[in-house]
Design a protein around this ligand. Structure first.
Ligand SMILES: Nc1ncnc2c1ncn2[C@@H]1O[C@H](COP(=O)(O)OP(=O)(O)O)[C@@H](O)[C@H]1O
Ligand code: SF4
Ligand SMILES: [Mg+2]
Length: 448
């Protein structure tokens, strides 16, 4: 039943021409279909699958209690505040959250490439059993690129504008792999063909400004893959590209990841992007992971109100064209002045008095211990439904959120709908009902 609902949730994803947010229903369905088929044919439960995704015994990467705080004029800013996760060989974790939630600083902390104003950096990053936080000098240089490499959001700023494309690729091959000039040139040509650059030989002698944004991103991917790293970190790799090219680049990363047997950390502000591409998803808010689960489990039934809000901001197939997206209420928090208690409380429909004074810890779900979330009144649980019902009755949450602006009119609290938190039982199993056209001001704070 749960799997059927997950499939239904997946099938209701769609691109919507009226919005710039991109999701890819075919890929999503295919990829999750494969997961769901293997789930039934092998009689493996979804929790077993999530255990596969999050098992740390054979982990390639294990990040424990990572903290990165900056000293700013306005006080200490906890950009990363106790992040932990692990990643197996060849698997993908999606890190999702609005702009400013700490995604980039998390991966920059892992790679140890942080700006100078770091006030505190703590935690442990173990890669293939080795603590890589202590690597310095040539040891560190050799590690980056060969074992782990990164693709950044804007390809134009990652490439050197005054150096020809060919040399930008061969440099890393010659430095890291000690290839001769002809060997490196031959490999550079192979790499450009691998990432689908037409007329590859000619492109090698061109400068970045002679290429389109999509081509440049393919070249940064070729550079990142040149030494066949075991882990690729892709930090919003398609945000600077147009919608059609976004899909091509994400599909390319999917294919290369399988071919090269790489693990991947895929960062995005768009839950739709990671839906069909990640084995596991970690949702970040205000420097913390607030929910982490296998992708199938998360889409079948999310627990954190912020994950639910992110889900609602994705276009659905049942929406008419030009339907406005549902934005998350309020603004992302001021990271130097977070609310006491739960950081999400000012924007949360479920918030109760307790949320204003106590910070919810990230804890394992009592039933599926491979999923965890940081919430006192989780979506899709009796406690969550009760909290929501009380707030609807009072017309506002304990933090003063105006419930009449939450689009919950006619809400039935009895369902266990997917991602709806029992919030909207509209018969299709997806918490999308009642989220129709919104006023302009509801789009405030919408990321990306
Ligand atoms: N060098 C810095 N000094 C002070 N604050 C920073 C610095 N770099 C990032 N931040 C802050 O850290 C928080 C997390 O940033 P970031 O990880 O880049 O967010 P995301 O990638 O999720 O959009 C933001 O509030 C950002 O303003
Ligand atoms: S219900 Fe409370 S603890 Fe949970 S996200 Fe909302 S404010 Fe935070
Ligand atoms: Mg970022």
């Amino acid at each position: 039943m749960r799997i059927k609902k997950a499939r239904q949730a997946i099938e209701n994803f769609s691109t919507n021409p009226s919005v710039s947010t991109t999701i890819y229903p075919m890929t999503l369905t295919t990829s999750l279909d494969a997961a769901l088929t293997s789930d039934t044919s092998n009689n493996i439960s979804t929790s077993d699958m999530s255990s596969f995704a999050s098992s740390s015994s054979s982990a390639l990467l294990k990040v424990s209690d990572l903290h990165t705080h900056f000293a700013t004029d306005r006080g200490e800013l906890r950009a990363v505040d106790g992040v932990s996760f692990s990643l197996d060989h060849g698997s993908t974790i999606g890190i999702v959250g609005e702009s400013g939630s700490g995604k980039s600083v998390t991966v920059r902390s892992i790679m140890n490439i942080l700006p100078r104003n770091v006030g505190l950096q703590a935690g442990e990053v173990i890669f293939e059993g080795e603590n890589i936080q202590d690597l310095t000098g040539p040891e560190a240089k050799h590690f980056w690129g060969v074992k782990m490499s990164m693709i950044f959001q804007d390809p134009m700023t990652s490439l050197n504008p005054v150096v020809k494309v060919g040399r930008q690729i061969t440099e890393s091959l010659r430095y890291h792999l000690k290839m001769s000039r002809p060997e490196a040139s031959a490999r550079a040509l192979e790499l450009l063909e691998l990432v689908g650059i037409p007329e590859a030989r000619r492109r090698l002698s061109e400068y970045p400004h002679q290429l389109s944004g999509g081509m440049c991103q393919r070249i940064t991917i070729a550079i990142a893959l040149s030494c066949q790293p075991k882990l690729l970190i892709a930090d919003e790799p398609t945000t600077a590209l147009d919608v059609t090219v976004q899909k091509q680049i994400l599909d390319l990363l999917d294919r290369l990841q399988i071919d090269q047997k790489m693990a991947m950390i895929l960062i995005t502000h768009d839950l739709g992007v990671v839906a069909g591409r990640a084995d596991e998803i970690a949702v970040m808010y205000a420097g913390r992971i607030v929910e982490k689960a296998a992708t199938t489990d998360l889409f079948a039934s999310m627990r954190h109100p912020y994950t639910q809000a992110l889900f609602e901001s994705i276009p659905k197939i049942e929406h008419r064209s030009h339907t406005r997206l549902r934005a998350i209420s309020g603004q992302p928090p001021d990271m130097t002045n977070l609310p006491t208690g739960c950081s999400f409380s000012p924007r949360c429909r479920y918030a109760q008095e307790r949320c204003l004074t106590e910070k919810p810890p990230l804890e394992a779900d009592p039933v599926n211990t491979n999923r965890s979330y940081a919430c006192f009144y989780p979506v899709n649980t009796p406690a969550g439904e009760e909290a929501l019902s009380v707030n609807i009755k009072h017309g506002k949450s304990a933090a003063g959120l105006d419930m009449s602006r939450e689009g919950l009119e006619g809400v039935s609290l009895s369902g266990d709908g997917i991602g709806g938190g029992g919030l909207i039982d509209d018969g299709d199993g997806i918490g999308g009902g009642g989220l129709g056209e919104m006023a302009d001001e509801d789009l405030e704070g919408m990321d990306g």
